[in-house]
Design a protein around this ligand. Structure first.
Ligand code: PAF
Length: 286
């Protein structure tokens, strides 16, 4: 069966109601389109676990700041439909902005304040409020039992998880591993803006994460030393400009005072040429 397109909230509700009527599990994959293999992996994960899979394709104006370029954000719905269909989506929900925000900007917004002051939130004020608000709306519209997000946007994943817990939303937020190129570069829509030299230099993010993992695994207890081990690699790459590199607690995203045995997340962000890239990795300290 070919993937259907829904343009309205009513059409999505109707499709999902018919699945839920017989006890079927609805899976949702929220995206902003311009789908790549990373998105396809989320749809495929949903396909494996759900009876009905909807991918939303909506470039959400609320999560773009002044400096971000909403107007030039890449869009190609025809291509997205092909990727979604191949990965196994039953439905693509592609609403117009007026369908999602009939009054222009919503009066009600969702803010996961504790998790969004730092890291990406510091660079893009208001961004995560826009993300949390649209994801809350998508959950309310689609009523999924399960929703799939990539670990690539780790802070976003934590924001959505926290929101679902705090607001008692009956959705399992499923985290899917980052999809990488053969040389370790995390897939991102921004990679298309890398020139050939920058593309080569961009692998420094993954190498820096590996250096951080190695330092933590070797018994380094000082978070600043782990941060520095990552930063050294990035500052050694002439085409890269480090924004941050930090070992953090995986749930609160706070920098620990000292590294004790347990799970941590390494976060990194750097500009490589014009694009600003982010990446992250987990590390278990014994
Ligand atoms: O990760 C994205 O593509 C977006 O932030 C999301 C979750 C679809 C909300 O617009």
């Amino acid at each position: 069966m070919s993937t259907q397109v829904a343009r309205t909230i009513a059409a999505v509700r109707e499709a999902h109601d018919s699945t839920r009527t017989w006890g079927g599990v609805v899976g949702l994959v929220p995206t902003m389109g311009y789908l790549h293999a990373g998105h396809a992996s989320l749809v495929a994960a949903a396909r494996a676990e759900c009876d009905h899979v909807t991918a939303s394709v909506f470039v959400n104006p609320l999560q773009f700041g002044q400096a971000d370029d909403l107007a030039t954000y890449p869009r190609d719905l025809e291509r997205d439909l092909g990727v979604a269909e191949e990965a196994g989506a039953d439905l693509v929900f592609a609403p117009a902005v007026e369908e999602m925000y009939p009054a222009g900007r919503p009066f009600t917004t969702v803010s996961v304040a504790e998790l969004t002051a730092g890291w990406e939130g510091a660079v893009r004020p208001g961004h995560f409020d826009g993300v949390a608000t649209v994801v809350a709306k998508l959950f309310a519209i689609a009523g999924p039992s399960r929703a799939y997000f990539g670990e690539k946007d780790y802070q976003q994943l934590q924001v959505v998880r926290r929101m679902a817990v705090d607001l008692d939303l009956p959705v399992d937020v499923v985290a899917c591993p980052t999809v990488r190129e053969g040389d370790g570069l995390a897939l991102s829509s921004r990679n298309v803006h890398l020139g050939p030299e920058e593309r080569r230099a961009a692998t420094v993010l993954r190498r820096a994460l590996d250096a951080g993992i190695a330092a933590a695994a070797a018994g380094e207890r000082d978070p600043a030393a782990v941060d520095a081990a990552m930063a050294r690699l990035v500052t050694g790459e002439p085409l890269a400009q480090l924004d941050y590199a930090a070992i953090v607690r995986p749930d609160t995203l706070e920098s620990p005072d000292r590294i004790e045995p347990g799970e941590y997340r390494l976060l990194i962000a750097a500009r490589v040429g014009k694009p600003r890239l982010i990446d992250n990795a987990g590390v278990l300290v014994g």
